[in-house]
Design a protein around this ligand. Sequence first.
Ligand code: DX5
Ligand code: ZN
Length: 218
Amino acid sequence: MIKIAPSLLAADFSILGKQISEAEQGGADWIHLDVMDGHFVPNITFGSPFVSSVRKCTKLPLDVHLMIEEPDTFLASFRSAGADIITVHQETCPHLYRTIQTIKESGSKAGVALNPSTPVATIQEIIDDIDLVLIMTVEPGFGNQHFIKNTLKKIHEARKLIDHSKKEIFLEVDGGIDRNTARLVIEAGANVLVAGTSIFKADSVQKGITSLRTAIKK
Ligand code: DX5
Ligand code: ZN
């Protein structure tokens, strides 16, 4: 079953609780939270207090995507805030094995994200240790960007790596996912779709989620 993870980056923060309930009632599987530090990516969003507030609004798993330098410093605080899945970027972690172990020891699932220009081979040695691979289908930092088609090849490669490992590992994609690109990434092997604009800027949150689900059924 394909999971849909609405990204709160595109939500209206002035009515955040309502937007989260709409996502939950509309059939969201996870809630995706984009943490940005203004260093690793040229944008700043929110930190662990925001995650704590979201935690109070929903029982859905919180999928926390850390686009920050030196994520090790913050892992414990995001876990205490209620993160169920913590994803770090390969590009920010020189000691990726240790970072992954720290996340898992905290009781959270561990994910590793790859920027569009980072090869899948960079996670080959740690694939058996992780719960999720996140293939960025745009450069991280902003919502509402165009899907980069060359990343489809990487989704295929990541699917092969995961199948070869024989572990249960999610293959998530993030950036520019709408009813057209959703079909392409699913065909390439993804099983978790992150979507901001196509859900929160749709006529309604429910319509946005339904439209993605319908697109991938065809
Ligand atoms: C981008 C973020 C995404 C973003 C996706 O850096 O990681 O999660 O919110 O937004 P859309 O779906 O609008 O491309
Ligand atoms: Zn994200």
